[in-house]
Design a protein around this ligand. Structure first.
Ligand code: C2E
Ligand code: MG
Ligand code: MG
Ligand code: MG
Length: 288
């Protein structure tokens, strides 16, 4: 197939491939000492309550400050971390770091904020995770409801162990969210069998808002379902005022997206903003 497209094509293609493999190997090798060299950093994106015009919490999103390639987004390295098993130690660092940060913000007067943390399936292997979670809560003296663990449908290959984990987290009092909701095959099965506390509607749906009556209808239906199941809902990837406005009209309180704040380092948050965090200045009144 490739050969039929001519010799030049084949060369270009295979050198690309070699380049990719080389980069991957390079990243993999560098990742081994990256934790010790302090090269990972967490960025925090605000989650905003549209009704109260208030900060509700943050999602922690990892970055790798790579000495050669600069600041790398998770899509460039998380899968390598998962394949090599390094995700277990990186994941532990993320949880500890995120907990330390939410404690700092609690000490600045906001005990009500939560911190959402993404995890990979591999972190649920064995039964260490629940113990680790318990230890982190104790070490940083934070309330269990200040932590929200985000899982995805792709983790469902091992359904029984995920269900056990979710039950264990709920028993601890930790919140659990289904991330990227709606993008997998089994979103409804997840809701049926896992006692989660929140769904996060994927950006790929939000992007089509305000959209057609069908687009809007889909969001209204999801909200009705969430209300019946007593689930919290966050809309991800809100990039415009119009999207915020229509989500608010449809009863969506919690939003996350570039319109409200990009993920940035903890130092970039002003202490006064964290304390007051009234965002009403950004969001116009319904009557306007
Ligand atoms: P996610 O958990 O679904 O996170 C949301 C992603 O959407 C983030 O990308 C965020 O920066 C981006 N985003 C937020 N608002 C907007 C918006 O308005 N427009 C657009 N275009 N994008 C927006 P990011 O930080 O690159 O993270 C990508 C994914 O990497 C995350 O998706 C999550 O699945 C994974 N990830 C991030 N941090 C961690 C971690 O500590 N551990 C693990 N296992 N996975 C992580
Ligand atoms: Mg997430
Ligand atoms: Mg998501
Ligand atoms: Mg994702």
């Amino acid at each position: 197939e490739a050969k039929r497209q001519g010799k030049g094509r084949v060369c270009a293609y295979s050198s690309d491939l070699v380049e990719n493999v080389r980069t991957r190997l390079n990243l993999e090798q560098g990742m081994h000492g990256a934790l010790q060299r302090n090269e990972f950093v967490l960025f925090y994106q605000p989650v905003i309550d549209l009704y109260e015009s208030r900060l509700m919490g943050f999602e922690a999103l990892i970055r790798w400050n790579h000495p050669e390639f600069g600041l790398l987004p998770p899509d460039k390295f998380i899968s390598i971390a998962e394949d090599t098993g390094l995700i277990e130690s990186i994941g532990s660092w993320v949880l500890d770091q995120a907990a330390a940060q939410i404690k700092k913000w609690a000490q600045q007067g906001r005990q009500d904020l939560f911190m959402a943390v993404n995890v990979s399936a591999r972190q649920f292997r064995g039964n260490y995770f629940l113990n680790e979670l318990k230890t982190v809560l104790q070490r940083h003296e934070i309330l269990p409801e200040q932590i929200e663990i985000e899982i995805t449908e792709s983790m469902l290959q091992d359904f029984h162990s995920i269900r056990k984990m979710v039950l264990g987290m709920r028993e601890l009092g930790v919140s659990v969210a289904i991330d990227d909701f709606g993008t997998g095959y089994s979103s409804l099965a997840l809701l049926k069998y896992l006692p989660v506390t929140r769904i996060k509607i994927d950006r790929s749906f939000v992007i089509s808002l305000p959209g057609t009556a069908r687009d809007v209808g889909l969001f209204s239906a999801i909200m009705q379902m969430a209300n019946s199941l007593e689930l919290n809902v966050t809309a991800e990837g809100v990039e415009t005022y119009d999207q915020s406005q229509i989500l608010r009209t449809m009863g969506y309180p919690a939003v996350q997206g570039y319109f409200w704040g990009r993920p940035v380092a903890a130092e970039d948050y002003d202490e006064v903003w964290i304390k007051n965090s009234s965002v009403s200045g950004y969001f116009l009144d319904e009557n306007k």
